[in-house]
Ligand binder design. Structure first.
Ligand SMILES: Cc1ncc(COP(=O)(O)O)c(C=O)c1O
Length: 440
């Protein structure tokens, strides 16, 4: 950042501080990761300067000789890595990518999307009412059974009743394996397209530690910045099954992304996606993906030993969802206290959460980023120990139910917690500990 240091001290310093923060804490938000230096390099290149509306060899601007090659490489690498016949690598991110799929296949205000409810771990773009996906299309939702698992026979019943045109499987806060085959059977029974949104688990799928949706889904969407460990972005893929169902699917998806929803692709991002896909095809990445799951499976029982109530009782993938009701605090309080102590997680609703979204009952944490740093089972033990210490510090301070009272207590809680010496001491220990695991 030599130039930035000279031209813009303010931004330079903030970037430096953010990098330092990322180094000194345990980043355990399951949708985050550390992209490699090569991925970051590709992002900060002259490719940022180019306009290339259209697709390779069919552009609306001159000068795309090299950009065409970059985009073709990214597409080819995606197709090879996931074993699919078609990939569009232009979506700016996961939300517009899901919208593009809907735009390609659904008639607004008429056709129906059926996805996992936001309150049970689905994503906003799976038909939540606050999102354009829920406002512009009809929706139906499924939830989880009381044990925290997907209940496929209940999902089938809803599908038979609601007759959706697209069924979305995939989640943002589901700690278990998704049975794509069962979803495919349900989709077939109601003649719906099956969209597998594997944004969270794409790295696990290509690493061979989560079953692939490729034999079962018609369309697959993934973000590129979570377990896949690339730049921010997304890929929409069509499977052989999807092609058999509708040979125009690739054309429809392409048209929906551009000119339907987006203008010029972010070519620097496309190059960085290509770099990440090459990395994800290597043996080291397979080991990485395996270790993500090993770490999550090691962390879960450690937390249970400290009497943490894990939704579904454990984890099969990269994330863990904790209901903090028995600890007498909410997720906002826990996440805040944990950050003071150097452990970064996010507050999260739990199934059938009686609390409002801003003060949900749970937290969501995961192992992708700390595994990138080289942490293993031994470190999970230590992390569980710290998490328990932090929660013990604030346990029993549950905020009042009354809205106004709660607002006031929240401010007091934050002031007090920020000065808690035991938490600050843990932050120091964490900072020391993380020195052994440099991020760059
Ligand atoms: C399952 C799922 N789909 C889609 C998205 C949207 O991705 P983005 O934040 O890149 O728009 C997310 C992001 O959290 C997600 O978890």
């Amino acid at each position: 950042m030599r130039n930035l240091k000279i031209t813009d001290q303010q931004i330079y310093k903030l970037i430096e501080k953010e990098t330092e923060r990322q180094q000194q804490v345990l980043e355990m938000i399951p949708s985050e990761n550390y992209a490699s230096p090569a991925v970051l390099e590709a992002l900060g290149t002259s490719l940022n300067n180019k306009y290339s509306e259209g697709y390779p060899k069919k552009r609306y601007y001159q000068g795309n000789r090299y950009i065409d090659s970059v985009e073709i490489l990214a597409e080819e690498r995606a197709k090879k890595l996931f074993d699919v016949p078609f990939a569009n690598v232009q979506p700016y991110s996961g939300s517009p990518a899901n919208l593009a799929v809907y735009f390609a296949l659904l008639e607004p205000l008429k056709d129906k999307i059926m996805g996992l409810s936001l309150a049970f771990g689905g994503h906003l773009t799976h038909g939540a009412q606050v999102s354009i996906s829920g406002k512009y299309f009809k929706t139906a939702e499924y939830s989880l059974s009381p044990d925290g698992f997907l209940d496929y026979s209940a999902i089938k019943k809803i599908a038979m009743r609601e007759k959706p045109k697209i069924i979305v499987c995939g989640a943002t806060a589901y700690p278990r394996i998704i049975d794509f085959k069962k979803f495919a059977e349900i989709a077939k029974a109601v003649n719906a397209y099956l969209l597998a949104d594997i944004s969270h688990i794409a790295g696990l799928v290509v690493g061979g530690v989560h079953p692939s949706p490729v034999p079962y889904a018609d369309i697959i969407m993934t973000t590129t910045h979570k377990t896949l460990r690339g730049p921010r972005g997304a890929i929409i893929m069509v499977t052989k099954k999807g092609l058999n169902k509708d040979e125009d699917l690739p054309g429809k998806i392409d048209k929906a992304v551009f000119p339907g929803l987006q203008g010029g692709p972010h070519d620097n991002q496309t190059a960085a996606i290509a770099v990440a896909l090459k990395e994800a095809g290597g043996a080291m990445f397979r080991r990485y993906a395996k270790q993500i799951v090993v770490n999550s499976r090691a962390l879960a029982p450690e937390l249970k030993n400290y009497d943490f109530d894990l939704i579904s009782g454990g984890s099969d993938n990269h994330l863990i969802l904790i209901d903090l009701t028995n600890k007498k605090i909410n997720g906002a309080q826990a996440a805040y206290a944990l950050e003071i102590a150097g452990v970064v997680v996010n507050k999260n609703a739990v199934p059938n959460d009686p609390m409002p979204p801003f003060y949900p009952s749970g937290i969501r944490l995961g192992t992708p980023a700390i595994t990138t740093r080289g942490m293993r089972e031994r470190e999970m033990k230590k992390i569980a120990f710290w998490i328990n210490q932090v929660i013990n510090e604030v346990s029993g301070t549950k905020l009042p139910k009354d809205k106004e009272e709660r607002k006031k207590s929240w401010v007091t809680f934050k002031e007090k917690t920020a000065k808690n010496e035991n938490l600050l001491l843990i932050a120091k220990e964490v900072k020391n500990f993380t020195k052994k695991f440099p991020i760059y």
